[in-house]
Design a protein around this ligand. Structure first.
Ligand SMILES: Cc1cc2nc3c(=O)[nH]c(=O)nc-3n(C[C@H](O)[C@H](O)[C@H](O)COP(=O)(O)O)c2cc1C
Length: 247
């Protein structure tokens, strides 16, 4: 095992190194491929990423222009690098460009949203929160966007013998994968909208998914319609979302 020490005296920082010799004898480990960079380089990279993230917006009118399938595949591959509880990667992305299937999804989504918006399934507080966005039961973008990517969480796994094996921190893990997917789509120059036409159980039926999978969020993906407008939202200041406990 390589010496793990930053101490000039050569004293190890950790008295309980990971992996322990016993663990390393039982499971394979590799040396992490990491290139340390100086603070200025980190600052530059951090600011480039922050500024790019700040330009991301959810859009609700997509262009019908096609998007090559390999871009969707790369975004899913990036999303699937997400950390996950016990490395279970408890997610499935279903990418749909078939107009018939997209249309079925739109019809089912609009039916649920009709009940939400027009038949009082949403309480007043929820409606009030959504008012600045002006969303309603019309979901034309589900037909127009070239891709609908539906993310399912896997509540459990099936062993080859059919028995169930538990997954851990499924929502947290799938949420992180969703965030990486949104970032990947944005970084490549496309746009998306996290869409949750609640309840979303219809997605499992329409897409023929097994009973261990539950719809988590759906992402229409494409180019924004030229000139598309978005709500003029302000994001919380850093001081509102960060608490530092310094020495
Ligand atoms: C989990 C989740 C579910 C969302 N569901 C919907 C939705 O069903 N319909 C919709 O129009 N926007 C939906 N949104 C988008 C939010 O309204 C949007 O992210 C928010 O208004 C901030 O705007 P921005 O994404 O442009 O920063 C959802 C976002 C998240 C994270």
């Amino acid at each position: 095992m390589p010496e793990v020490s930053d101490d000039p005296m050569g004293e190890p920082i950790y008295r309980h190194p990971y992996p322990s010799p016993d663990l390393a004898a039982r499971h394979p480990f590799v040396v992490h491929d990491h290139q340390r960079v100086d603070d200025e380089t980190m600052r530059t990279r951090a600011e480039v990423f922050r500024a790019s993230a700040d330009r991301r917006r959810s859009i609700r009118m997509f262009s019908p222009d096609p998007v090559p399938r390999d871009l969707i595949e790369t975004a899913v591959a990036a999303a699937s690098t997400a950390p996950s509880g016990a490395h279970k990667q408890p997610w499935t992305f279903v990418a749909v460009s078939d107009p018939t299937v997209k249309s079925r999804i739109r019809q089912a989504a609009e039916a649920e949203e009709h009940t939400n918006y027009l038949e009082n399934r949403m309480n007043d507080e929820w409606q009030e929160a959504l008012a600045p966005l002006g969303t309603d039961h019309h979901k034309e973008f589900l037909d127009v966007a070239p891709w609908l990517v539906v993310l399912f969480e896997q509540r459990y796994e099936r062993r080859p013998d059919g028995s169930k094996r538990k997954n851990y921190y499924v929502k947290e893990s799938t949420g992180i994968a969703a965030g990486l997917f949104v970032a990947a789509i944005h970084e490549m120059g496309l746009a998306t909208l996290p869409h949750t036409p609640s309840p979303m159980a219809f997605l499992r039926t329409v897409l023929g998914r097994p009973d261990n999978e539950r719809p988590f969020v759906m992402f229409p993906v494409g180019h924004p319609l030229p000139g598309v407008r978005v709500p003029d939202l302000a994001r919380k200041a850093l001081e509102e979302v960060l608490v530092v406990i310094d020495d």
